[in-house]
Design a protein. Structure first.
Length: 189
């Protein structure tokens, strides 16, 4: 299988609200094949660049309300709980507490090639409803990093990129982010 091409910032599809799918569409051969391609592309991107924990359909040029999330412990984040999920028609139905600034980048904003990173206000705990790739309904409370990634991907499906809400004064190029933010966290005494 060949990875799908990542849609880049400036492409109008990133600013469109993705089309929601019904159960029949989700179970169709076309969508099932696309889900496999989306998951493969996310895994391939991480394996080849070390970047990427979430990918939405519009980030690969498709106007569908589908996102793939694949969180695993990594060198820079060894304490995260694994979370792998396909989210179709996801929506945040409840938030808890205040938003806090969390660092993020984006594959569509050049994160793999020296793109931009910044602090984005995100809820640490949210309640999300979605359908999975088998059209089964989920209604779950997500916390921590899975909540963060889900909010980023849901924004994509609603036509927003992280730069729309990032704190302007926090924005930095990837090499500065890795030097100033990632490296101090992974440094060993």
């Amino acid at each position: 299988m060949k990875p799908l091409k990542i849609t880049r910032l400036g492409n109008p599809i990133l600013r469109q609200t993705a089309k929601r799918l019904d159960k029949e569409e989700i179970l169709s051969g076309e969508i099932q094949n696309f889900i496999k391609q989306l998951k493969f592309t996310l895994k391939h991107t991480y394996e080849t660049t070390g970047i990427g924990v979430g990918l939405s359909a519009n980030q690969v040029g498709r106007e569908r309300a589908i996102a793939s999330i694949d969180i695993k412990p990594r060198l820079e984040q060894t304490d995260v709980e694994p979370f792998e999920q396909i989210m179709i028609n996801p929506e945040i139905v409840e938030t808890f507490g205040r938003r806090a600034g969390m660092w993020e980048g984006c594959l569509s904003c050049g994160a793999t090639e020296g793109g931009i990173f910044g602090l984005v206000p995100r809820y640490k705990k949210i309640r999300v409803k979605w359908l999975d790739e088998n059209a089964n309904q989920h209604d779950e409370i997500l916390e921590g990093f899975p909540a963060h990634v889900a909010q980023h991907e849901i924004d994509h499906l609603n036509g927003k990129v992280f730069l729309d809400t990032a704190r302007r004064s926090s924005l930095m190029i990837a090499d500065e982010y890795r030097k100033r933010i990632v490296k101090p966290k992974t440094a060993h005494p």
